[in-house]
Design a protein around this ligand. Structure first.
Ligand code: AMP
Ligand code: MG
Length: 352
């Protein structure tokens, strides 16, 4: 088994530079390196090397028709991997890059189909995280980097989570501390006639529409999906983020939600199951279950987004069998938070 080193990027220039040189050399040799970004940790390989894409799919246990996002560090890099840059893309780039927004373009022949899961389009993002940007520059400028979790598990928001999933599979994890946002990037498809939101994220639909007008929403975002469906973002059809226990979203009037969750937990306990509740700071004292965890205050939706994946992972460590969560339809990030929760719950929703 390969030894996996975890090295902290200390912010000490000299040390960081030699770490980046080493990481860049690994990438050019076709190896994989896990890196922090502002959204979640990424599992990076050379985006222009078909063998690296294969390694990424293997390490994640990810189906190879699920395309990878190409990460760049300079705007100048965009031209050589795309066939055209529509005007609306230019507007979004000016407004949101570098940052947590991924755009889909028609791809150039420089990008191998192994990287795009066989598609004729390419997803591109320019992260704002300093370590990510320096790493991309040191690695030749084009990095394929899906989330660094094993396929199906919650995405990684700390280097420890990456180590749990990638130990023995990759040579190096760069530790940049806990990420800032905690949910994956917003994805917008600009390769067709009309802009289409494929995955909600930190940058909300409203903010996109303020800049470029109407944006369609891919049905997979909220609709019921099955393995035979063909959403535009292929990754959306796969089961994702799921804890080992059975997760249910309970929605409706807050008082009834509280009563319902408590009675469901009581039933679970009678059956000898270990029960858990995901609440907010405002309601954390209202529940009776083996484990009650707050995702954060409803006044601070960014904290809820940042804690979500960590709390889902903790449910596995805690051995929760039955998990009930409140709904988190917050103003800006609610669509993104609920999109991840609905998929983690395998669409199990209880209305009351
Ligand atoms: P992850 O790398 O885990 O953040 O997932 C990346 C997701 O981006 C994939 O699962 C796809 O759903 C989406 N994606 C990447 N490239 C494309 C593309 N060319 N067209 C549509 N969706 C894409
Ligand atoms: Mg992912």
């Amino acid at each position: 088994m390969m030894e996996t080193r975890v090295i902290r990027a200390w912010g000490d220039e000299e040390r960081d530079r030699s770490l980046m040189e080493e990481a860049g050399r690994l990438i050019r040799e076709g190896e994989l390196v896990a890196i922090p970004t502002e959204t979640v940790y990424g599992l990076a390989g050379d985006a222009l090397n078909p063998a690296s894409a294969k390694k990424i799919y293997e390490a994640k246990g990810r189906p190879s028709d699920n395309p990878l996002i190409v990460h760049i560090a300079e705007l100048d890099s965009l031209g050589s991997i795309t066939r055209e840059i529509p005007e609306k893309a230019e507007i979004l780039i000016r407004e949101f890059w570098p940052g947590p927004l991924t755009l889909i373009f028609k791809k150039s022949s420089a990008v191998p189909r192994e990287t795009t899961g066989g598609l004729d389009t390419v997803a591109v993002r320019m992260p704002v995280n300093r370590i990510a940007a320096e790493f991309i520059r040191a690695s030749g400028g084009y990095i394929a980097a899906p989330s660094a979790n094993a396929s199906g598990r919650p995405s990684c928001t700390t280097a420890e989570h990456v180590y749990e999933d990638m130990k023995g599979k990759i040579p190096l994890i760069i530790d940049g501390g806990e990420v800032g946002i905690g949910l994956e990037s917003t994805i917008v498809d600009l390769s067709g006639d009309r802009p289409c939101l494929l995955r909600p994220g930190y940058i909300s639909l409203n903010r996109l529409m303020e800049k470029i007008g109407e944006v369609d929403t891919d049905p997979s975002i909220e609709g019921v999906m099955d393995e035979n469906a063909h959403p535009k973002a292929p990754g959306m059809k796969y089961k994702h983020y799921a804890p080992k226990g059975e997760l249910y979203i309970v929605k409706g009037d807050p008082d009834r939600v509280r009563e319902r969750i408590n009675s469901l937990c009581l039933e679970g306990t009678k059956k000898g199951l270990r029960t858990a509740v995901l609440s907010s700071d405002e309601t954390v004292n209202d529940y009776r279950a083996d484990i009650v965890r707050s995702l954060g205050s409803r006044q601070d939706e960014e904290s809820i987004a940042r804690n979500l994946f960590k709390v889902l992972r903790d449910m596995d460590d805690e051995g929760a069998d039955l998990i009930y969560t409140e709904e988190f339809n917050t103003a800006d990030m609610g669509m993104a938070i609920m999109n991840r929760l609905i998929r983690a719950a395998g669409h199990r929703i209880i209305e009351c």
